[in-house]
Design a protein around this ligand. Structure first.
Ligand SMILES: *Cc1c(COP(=O)(O)O)cnc(C)c1O
Length: 492
């Protein structure tokens, strides 16, 4: 199977090359030329298997240039019980309709671990498969969750190294502590005097710097990225939707062939796009519910057909979804409208910050998607109500999804609500929602929440404030390039 660009003007490449390239040469995103199908019998056959076994089988459908046994090894290592001590994607039955899919039991307590524990292994093999002799240096600009998950994923992976830039005053205390105490011989973390946009712009400039690329290449290094425009990060996310459906069958919650709804708290549209691909493969899904916070650009798009990023940016209680350009929407547009129109819309987006799809394209998209958004107060109220009614504690991102799932509800259809972070990762907002005092350090907040709810504090978070600080450097935003050169020297 080959991969093509959403904009239709790039060479078709095998999956290893798509994962190595990250982005296609016409500026589009890679998509499989056809989506493999999954019959009801295929789903039945996956049911008795473990998560890593299901993962290897599903990955093999998309990554057919990889050796099947290698995929089995990588899935076993990535999804081991050391990495995911409570299971990779356990289901919680909230009431007679809602099933919560908890995706935050990995090393950094957010759902990005599920993809970032395996993606580095896929890249590492891609380098060997494409005859690449240089080392891949992963550059990440982060507002919090991605940086730490990428560090944990790439630490000590052969043929790779990673540098993460974060805004010195723009991440939560827990997120900062997680990053500056990172272990591993091939990792580097730098705080930037500036905001997230400065870090992001700096990284983009570095990717576009041909002179730097030449200098790095002479030292045996090339630059690569780890965000969800890379197919290697998207494909592992398809697995847990199929796996959750299997688990619902195994638990006699549904019968094989019954349709379910899936509700996903959405920012960059990566996670929900993976659910859409699972549906396209043949997973019996009725509707995908796209849940947004007050940055509701996707809600408006799904209701009106106009995507317009020219609006006020809100800093919300669910910061990992504070985003106005949802990159992965391009993959849906390309599937629905074709590559030529997709290319046209994306040009309009970069020129004018907006585009409107034709009515028949919107109609097609609305067959599969509904969009709703959750205001800030409703987010806090949902955390409180969920805890009061079900003694179940959720974080702010999951609360956005749970709130939105209510609008899309249909008689008799069960809804899978995706839970993307541990409630302890956003402790100040969760404490506030529960009516607890939200003053003091995170360790105190953890204890206060734990005392009330008896929900155990995940060990990666309880220990993080006691770990030794390795990276206390704060650099000017104009010296990011020097930081990379210095780090590259130290690797040799
Ligand atoms: C990244 C993230 C999201 C958004 O996921 P997308 O794939 O960008 O839509 C939601 N919740 C949490 C906790 C995240 O870290």
């Amino acid at each position: 199977m080959l991969y093509k660009s959403t904009r239709g003007k790039a060479k078709y490449v095998p999956s290893a090359q798509a994962i190595k390239n990250g982005i296609a040469e016409d500026g589009g995103l890679y998509m499989p030329e056809s989506i493999p199908s999954l019959s009801i019998e295929d789903i039945r056959a996956l049911c008795p298997l473990s998560y890593p076994e299901r993962a290897a089988k599903i990955l093999a459908l998309f990554l057919d240039d990889y050796d099947k046994d290698d995929l089995v090894l990588d899935c076993k290592a990535a999804y081991s019980s050391e990495n995911f001590s409570n299971g990779v994607a356990p289901l919680v039955f909230l009431d007679d309709k809602i099933r919560v899919l908890e995706l935050w039991h990995g090393p950094t307590c957010a759902f990005k671990d599920v993809a970032l524990q395996i993606m580095p292994r896929l890249l590492s093999r891609a380098l060997v498969m494409t005859g690449e002799k240089r080392r891949a240096l992963i550059l990440v600009a982060t507002s919090g969750d991605t940086g730490k998950a990428a560090l944990e994923g790439y630490k000590d992976v052969p043929h790779t190294a990673i540098t993460v830039f974060y805004p010195a005053n723009g991440v939560s205390r827990a997120q900062k502590a997680q990053m500056i105490t990172q272990d591993g011989a091939n990792v580097n973390v730098c705080a930037i005097n500036g905001n997230f946009d400065d870090a992001q712009t700096g990284v983009k400039n570095i990717f576009a710097d041909g002179e730097l690329a030449d200098r790095l290449s002479k030292k045996g290094v090339f630059l690569s990225s780890a965000n969800s425009i890379n197919w290697g990060r998207l494909v592992p996310q398809i697995i847990y939707y199929i796996s959750a459906y299997c688990d619902m069958i195994e638990k006699d919650d549904i019968s094989l062939g019954d349709t379910i709804d899936i509700c996903v708290p959405t920012g960059n549209f990566g996670n929900i796009l993976a659910a859409y691909i699972a549906k396209k493969m043949g997973l019996p899904v009725r509707k995908l519910i796209c849940a947004s916070n007050e940055n509701n650009v996707l809600t408006d798009f799904l209701q009106s057909g106009t995507y317009d990023k020219n609006r006020i940016f809100h800093n919300t209680l669910s910061p990992s979804m504070d985003i106005l350009i949802s990159s992965n929407l391009e993959r849906l547009i390309s599937l629905a409208a074709g590559e030529e129109k997709c290319s046209m819309y994306m040009n309009a987006l970069s020129k004018h910050g907006k585009y409107t799809v034709e009515p028949q394209i919107l109609e097609l998209i609305q067959k599969d998607f509904e969009g709703y958004y959750c205001p800030e107060q409703a987010c806090l109220d949902t955390i409180k109500k969920c805890y009061r009614e079900h003694s179940y504690l959720i974080d702010t991102h999951t609360a956005v999804a749970l709130y939105c799932s209510d609008f899309g509800k249909r008689e008799g259809t069960k809804t899978l609500v995706v839970s993307t972070a541990s409630p302890y990762k956003f402790a100040p907002a969760v404490a506030k929602a529960l009516g607890l005092c939200d003053k003091g350090g995170d360790t105190e907040l953890f204890e206060r929440i734990c005392e009330l709810t008896k929900v155990p504090i995940p060990s990666p978070l309880s220990s993080v404030f006691k770990k030794k600080v390795r990276f206390d450097e704060v650099i000017d935003k104009d010296s990011m390039k020097d930081a990379i050169l210095r780090f590259t020297e130290s690797l040799a």
